[in-house]
Design a protein around this ligand. Structure first.
Ligand SMILES: Nc1ncnc2c1ncn2[C@@H]1O[C@H](COP(=O)(O)OP(=O)(O)OP(=O)(O)O)[C@@H](O)[C@H]1O
Ligand SMILES: [Mg+2]
Length: 390
C-alpha cells in the first residue's frame, strides 16, 4: 500500500465515516414520511425524531442526510425544483425562546430579518450574535412570512443532541414548526439524540404521537458491519479476507464505532506490511489495541456507577443476563425496586436508577417493542467480567 494515503476510517464522535453502512432503510423512511413533501415546497405531516444509544451513529447519519439534501438540487434536478436550505444546529444553539426566534428570523437573510428586527437593534451577520429585540408585531407574522418563503426555498433544520434541550424549548420548537406547516410552510425539523429524548419529549406536553415520525437507530447487522470495513478498503484496492470480515462482525456486535476502530487499526497494519490484502495475521496483530480502546470506552460508561450503585448494577446485570428476553420498562423497574430493597435503600428512587441505565447506555427501548434491549451487548459482558473479578 502507498504509505502516503491517509487513513480513511473515522473512529470519533460525529465524524462522517468513509462508508455509511446499514442506514438506507431509515433514510428512506425519513424522506417518505416527511422530507419528500417538504422538498416539494408543501407542508409535511410530521417532524422527525431520531434516537438511539451513544455512538450508534445519529450524528453522522444526519450529516449524511444534510449533505444529500444540499446537493439534491444539482444531483436530482428533475425531483427537486428549488435549492433547499439546510440548517444544522445543536441543542446548545437553542437555550431560550429568543434563540429560537432569532434562528427562524435570521434564516432567510437580510431581506427577511429587516422586516422583523427594529432599525435600532445592532445586527451582526452571524445569526448567533444577532441582537434581537422583540418588535411589537406578533411572532405569528414571522411564521406566516416564513411559511410563504419556505414554499419557494424549503427548509430542513437539524438539531443534534436534542435530548439536552430544555423540555420547554423542545415544545416551543415543535409548536413553531407545526404552526409554520399549518400556514402552508415547507419545513421539517429533525431532532436527534439519545434514547431519553423520547422520555423528555413525552413529558414535554407536545402531542407526541401525532407530531413526530420517531425513528430508532439500532446496531448494524453483520452484512452492514462487513460493508463498513470492506467498501472503503476496496476503494483503495485492498482486499479483506472473508474470515477477517466475519471476525470483525462478531467482535463488534454491530456497534459502528468499534467497526471504525477496527478499520483504522487494520489500515495501520496494512501500511506496516505494505500489502494490498488483509488477512488473519493482520486481525490478530491489531486485536490488543482494539481491545484497549474498547475498554476505555466502557470505562467512561461504567464510571457513572459508583459505590452502592455499582453493586446494584452488578446485581441487576446478573439477573437480566439470566433471562432469555428482557422485560418491559415496568418489569425492569420492578427488578430495580427489589434490588434497592435488598440493599436496604429507598425503593422510590427506582426512577433515578432507571434513568441512569438509559444514560449509561446499558438498556434502551427500540421502537415497536415492549421488551427493553441491552444497548450494547459487549458492554453487558464487560460489566459481568468486572463482577466476576470482584
Ligand atoms: N452507519 C455507520 N456506518 C459506518 N460508521 C458509522 C455508522 N454510524 C456511526 N459510525 C461511526 O461510529 C462513530 C460514532 O458515530 P456518531 O458520533 O455519529 O454516533 P452518535 O450516535 O451521534 O453518538 P453520540 O450519542 O455520542 O452523539 C463514528 O466514528 C462514526 O464514524
Ligand atoms: Mg452524536
Amino acid at each position: 500500500m502507498n504509505e502516503s494515503k491517509e487513513n480513511p476510517f473515522t473512529p470519533g464522535a460525529g465524524l462522517k465515516p468513509p462508508y455509511l453502512g446499514g442506514r438506507d432503510a431509515v433514510i428512506d423512511k425519513m424522506f417518505r414520511r416527511s422530507l419528500d413533501r417538504t422538498l416539494q415546497g408543501c407542508p409535511s405531516p410530521k417532524d422527525i425524531v431520531i434516537y438511539g444509544p451513544r455512538g450508534v451513529g445519529k450524528t453522522c447519519l444526519i450529516s449524511v442526510v444534510e449533505d444529500t439534501l444540499k446537493s439534491m438540487h444539482e444531483t436530482q434536478p428533475t425531483r427537486i425544483k428549488n435549492r433547499i436550505r439546510v440548517v444544522p444546529l445543536t441543542a446548545g444553539d437553542l437555550r431560550s425562546e429568543a434563540d429560537i426566534e432569532i434562528q427562524l428570523i435570521s434564516l432567510f437573510g437580510q431581506s427577511f430579518w429587516k422586516k422583523f428586527i427594529p432599525e435600532k437593534a445592532e445586527i451582526n451577520l452571524l445569526p448567533l450574535s444577532v441582537l434581537y429585540e422583540r418588535k411589537t408585531t406578533p411572532f405569528s407574522q414571522v411564521r406566516e412570512e416564513f411559511a410563504k418563503r419556505s414554499q419557494r426555498t424549503p427548509v430542513v433544520i437539524t438539531i443534534d443532541e436534542a435530548h439536552t434541550l430544555n423540555p420547554e424549548i423542545f415544545t416551543a420548537i415543535s409548536n413553531h414548526s407545526a404552526m409554520i406547516r399549518k400556514a402552508g410552510g415547507a419545513l421539517t425539523v429533525i431532532f436527534s439524540g439519545k434514547p431519553h429524548l423520547l422520555y423528555m419529549a413525552s413529558d414535554s406536553g407536545a402531542s407526541f404521537g401525532d407530531r413526530f415520525e420517531k425513528l430508532d437507530i439500532a446496531l448494524l447487522d453483520a452484512k452492514a458491519t462487513i460493508d463498513v470495513i470492506r467498501i472503503p478498503f476496496s476503494k483503495h484496492g485492498i482486499d479483506v479476507d472473508e474470515e477477517v470480515l466475519t471476525n470483525i462482525a462478531n467482535d463488534t456486535q454491530g456497534y459502528p464505532h468499534f467497526a471504525q476502530i477496527w478499520g483504522e487499526r487494520l489500515w495501520e497494519q496494512c501500511r506496516k506490511t505494505g500489502r494490498s490484502r488483509i488477512r488473519s495475521s493482520d486481525y490478530t496483530g491489531a486485536f490488543d489495541e482494539v481491545r484497549e480502546e474498547r475498554k476505555l470506552l466502557y470505562g467512561s460508561r461504567y464510571r457513572l456507577w459508583k459505590g452502592r450503585d455499582e453493586a446494584l448494577l452488578q446485581r441487576i446485570n446478573e439477573r437480566l443476563r439470566a433471562l432469555n428476553t428482557l422485560p418491559s420498562e415496568t418489569g425492569v423497574k420492578s427488578i430495580i425496586k427489589e434490588e434497592l430493597i435488598g440493599q436496604g435503600r429507598d425503593a422510590d428512587t427506582f426512577d433515578e436508577v432507571f434513568d441512569k441505565m438509559i444514560e449509561s447506555d446499558y438498556v434502551w427501548q427500540p421502537q415497536g417493542q415492549d421488551a427493553m434491549s441491552f444497548s450494547l451487548p459487549s458492554f453487558v459482558s464487560h460489566i459481568a467480567e468486572i463482577g466476576s473479578q470482584a
